[in-house]
Design a protein around this ligand. Structure first.
Ligand code: ADP
Ligand code: ZN
Length: 738
């Protein structure tokens, strides 16, 4: 052996496959230096062209698949390995699974799990001081105060200089001076707050019999492998209390829990409720966190120190070491759909995550999606029902107001019946809410002289007037212009007319009609961040407000015990347009809004202003017959071969110039592979044909339910070469058809 030629050493080069968090087609092989040992999941620094990037050591390829041969000379070496917990197996499998399902590059999905680069670095530390036991050579009165304070408040405890100086009322130099004399020890301590541990043994409220049996049903699944359960109960039935029992069980078993919410506005409320129930707050995860908090939580989750995460869809990609339960609250919400970058439905991906992790998942809703209901019918999901509101609260009475018969005055939006009901409610000292799901003052501004309409220069959309801010705004791209005084087309002065109402216009009418009511206008334009929403919600709960005028930001999830009237200004708003789920969504939204009324002791009333009182959505809401509505929807979808009875994938090509997009689309159309069970519709201009300055052309792929649509689309796209100017967005199970 000793006389083997040194050249042969090359044969023993160890390589590792590394996935980079970039939208590249696959993983790369790197040489592993002799002094480094790496395992799948390890985070490593590797060279990529002139740069160095962080990636993850990925698994060996599945059996039978050859690794791409790497030329020895081109093989670059891993630079270093991070001293951080490896990305768990199940998270890596999940990344691969999501990539395959959504037809995204695996690296683009990995990026979702690597949003916090600082989390791979060692934890920050800070310097603390505590008594050493030695006396300083010279004791000034200020030094004396510091020593006394430290003796009184715990001589063993190290604290930052700032904290000590504040307690003693002296400058920080007194503290550091004392350390120099040797009277205080300087100690390096963790710079991050520890995670308080929620206690699964704390008793929750006494549950009613149906709540108890649902809670048992959920808790029994914890630790017993994969199971998906729909927790189906009207608003106020106690779904949260019930799934908390499953959370408690997971905590008792020492497992981590993820609770997903559709909107971060709902988070503070749930955090508080959780803390009351379990004695410690969960870790929140959403886009509003500081980098420091993100680091702390990401690392805490990776090391199993953070036990419960409450968050938006991105929380699904955290590196849980021992996840034992997922809850998706308000599972029907379209906000779970990520519409940019990797396009995915977090609810569906959560089910996949639970299945890969072999853990239970709870989908909670008062208005479950048809997808979920059909999964129950097919026996894939279990269903647990809470039939009634908790305690004395009853579901509200719903009445449709026919706007043709009960018309508002010209230029007004509230019908006489809604005005008198609101007046009555306010006179009784109760709270009322007027709901309109449209931000701003008016959705369209036009010139009365020449008919000019104000449109966004970058999008196929009208500019919405925001009167409080005196500007016109595009709700698609955010373009803003100051509201002009004259028409840019014909120059006419004072000729601009606001058409249609937004929530600000309803507020204006409410001020005139109910001058004594304390009014609160709530839409995302008036509430910046979850804290502001929480504050506004607090004012309503404390009854510092009589009348709420709001968009869907207040419609969901909140509990206002004294609110007894909800008026829906335009119940038809969501029904126009060709959206497959228009009726289902409108039903869900209006049901949620209606559910705000009568959650306390007093019964609630709901009025729906509509031009279509006989529409199936209004009928279902008035009759309170959700299941018949769902049956009807299901039948129509089945007849049309639409989801959940068929499959859809949408492809959107976009380019700065329309001919570029169209030409690529035509080429793609010629490459459509023939197959049974699938139809490719298009190319056609998208309903929003111009968005953020890009022209959009779309295909819709419609397939039978058992057709392998991902495989088909992958094969098709492999034949297509996109020019640089053209972008392609692939949307599997599209929710938006714009
Ligand atoms: P949901 O999530 O179904 O809308 P919640 O869990 O928010 O319902 O319950 C509605 C309200 O009723 C909450 O204030 C909740 O604390 C209260 N509640 C529900 N069940 C109970 C119970 N068993 N004991 C005491 N309060 C309850
Ligand atoms: Zn725009």
């Amino acid at each position: 052996m000793a006389d083997q030629p040194a050249l042969d050493m090359d044969i023993d080069v160890v390589t590792a496959r590394v996935l980079l968090p970039l939208a590249l087609p696959g993983a790369y092989d790197y040489a592993v230096p002799g002094d480094l040992e790496v395992c799948p999941g390890d985070f490593v620094r590797v060279p990529l062209g002139p740069r160095e990037v962080t990636g993850v050591v990925w698994d060996a390829l599945p059996q039978g698949v050859e690794s791409r041969p790497v030329e020895r000379e081109k093989l670059k070496a891993i630079v270093s390995r991070f001293d951080a917990p490896p990305l768990p197996d199940v998270v890596r499998q999940f990344v691969d699974w999501v990539a395959a399902y959504t037809l995204s590059p695996p690296g683009a999905v990995l990026r979702l799990a690597m949003r916090v680069p600082q989390a791979l670095e060692p934890a920050p530390t800070i310097i603390g001081y505590r008594l050493s036991g030695e006396e300083p050579p010279r004791v000034t009165p200020q030094r004396q105060r510091v020593l006394e304070i430290l003796r009184e408040t715990g001589p063993q405890l190290a604290r930052p200089a700032r904290e000590i100086s504040e307690m003693a009322g002296v400058g920080t130099s007194v503290v550091t001076g004392l350390a120099k004399t040797g009277a205080l020890d300087r100690i390096e301590m963790p710079g991050e707050r520890a995670f308080a541990e929620p206690d699964g043994d704390i008793q929750g409220p006494k549950l009613s019999a149906p709540q108890m049996s649902a809670a048992r049903g959920l808790a029994d699944h914890v630790g017993q492998g994969f199971a998906a359960t729909l927790l189906d109960g009207v608003t106020g039935a106690g779904k949260t209390e019930v799934y908390f029992e499953a959370v408690a069980e997971a905590l008792r078993q020492g497992k981590q829990v993820l609770v997903m919410l559709p909107e971060i506005a709902l988070t503070p409320q749930l955090l508080k409720r959780f803390e009351t129930r379990f004695g410690a707050p969960p870790a929140p995860w959403h886009s509003d966190l500081s980098q420091k908090e993100r680091r702390r939580i990401w690392r805490g989750v990776a090391e199993g120190r953070a036990h419960v995460v409450v968050g938006a869809r991105s929380a699904l990609f955290l590196p849980y070491t021992d996840l034992g339960l997922i809850v998706v609250d308000e599972e029907h919400e379209s906000a779970f759909k990520q519409e940019e970058g990797v396009i995915y439905n977090a609810r569906d991906m959560a089910v996949a995550r639970a299945s890969l992790g072999d853990i239970p998942i709870v989908l909670a809703s008062a208005t479950p999606s048809l997808e979920t209901v059909v999964n129950v019918q097919r026996g894939r999901y279990e269903r647990l029902v809470l039939p009634e509101r908790h305690g004395a609260a009853r579901l509200p009475d719903v009445t449709a107001i026919d706007l043709r018969a009960d018309a508002p005055d010209r230029g007004r939006w509230l019908s006489p019946s809604l005005v008198s009901a609101t007046t009555e409610t306010l006179a009784a000292g109760d709270q009322a809410m007027l709901f309109l799901n449209r931000r701003g003052y008016a959705p369209l501004t036009l010139c009365r002289t020449c008919g000019h309409r104000f449109e966004c220069p970058n999008c196929d959309a009208w500019l919405v007037e925001h009167r409080f801010r005196r500007e016109l705004q595009c709700h698609h791209c955010g373009t803003r212009v100051p509201t002009p005084h004259s028409c840019p087309e014909c120059g006419a002065e004072n000729s601009l007319a606001a058409c249609g109402p937004g929530v600000e216009r309803i507020a204006e009418e409410a001020v005139e009609r109910f001058p004594d009511a304390r009014l609160s206008v709530l839409s995302s334009d008036h509430l910046h961040g979850p804290e502001a929403t929480q504050e506004a919600v607090g004012q309503i709960t404390r009854q510092e407000v009589d009348l709420v005028v709001g968009t869907q930001v207040v419609a969901k999830g909140h509990n206002f015990p004294n609110l007894t009237l909800v008026g829906v200004v335009d119940a038809d708003l969501g029904l126009t347009g060709g959206d497959l789920r228009a009726a289902e969504r409108t039903y869900q939204l209006l049901h949620q809004v209606a559910g705000r009324a009568g959650r306390g002791q007093k019964p609630g009333r709901v009025f729906l202003q509509t031009y279509m009182p006989h529409h199936k959505v209004m009928q279902a809401l008035v009759a309170g017959d959700r299941d018949r509505f769902l049956q009807q929807e299901a039948r129509e979808r089945e007849d049309a071969g639409m989801p959940p009875y068929g499959r859809l994938v949408s492809l959107i090509l976009s380019a700065p110039e329309l001919p570029q997009a169209m030409e690529t689309a035509r080429q793609m159309a010629r490459a459509v592979p023939p197959a049974d069970g699938v139809r490719v519709l298009g190319p056609a201009p998208a309903p929003i044909a111009l968005l953020r300055g890009r022209h959009r052309v779309r295909f819709l792929i419609k397939a039978t339910r058992d057709f392998q649509v991902q495989k088909y689309v992958r094969a098709w796209l492999a034949e297509v070469k996109l020019p640089n100017a053209v972008r392609l967005a692939v949307d599997v199970d599209p929710q938006s058809f714009l």
